[in-house]
Unconditional design. Sequence first.
Length: 184
Amino acid sequence: MFKHIIDASKLIYDTSQVKVVVKEPKAQVEIGGMKVDLSIKGVELQVPRWAAEKLVELGVVEAKLADELSLKDLHGILWRESREINLTEIDPNFYHKLRKQLKKLRSESIKNPTPELLDTLRKFESTARDIVSCRIQKIVQAALSESLPPEVLEVMTIEERALLAEISELIEEWKRNVLEGEGE
């Protein structure tokens, strides 16, 4: 089930619109069924993220995608999360960006296993695990709650809402079995 949620989250992320600026004029192209005019240098356009990444790769456009999470970003998130009782607001695409950065760091450390890179990867993974653990504890606490304030759901990512729903359902089923003797 969670694989489907993660896939949906990635799809939403990849299809979100981003601004690009034409750097190297080209002929009109078709992207996802729509025609995009790339013939005028300096023109700002909105295209799906996946298309922007490909066009940047080809050197046709410039884009500020701001996808990468740094270790400093993670430390900031962990600091805020560990000091608050309730979940703090994070980027709705946090887990996608986290997976993407972990994949990149792991790949780089395999290609070039320097002590510095391996240390960065270790610190990144450790901090990421701490953030995930901290947020999971708060999600479990929310699942145990009889009534959930709307603010809690507002700061959750799509992956976290799916986890909350699954845990809540499991808790309710367990309560039914224990208190009502279902299945005897």
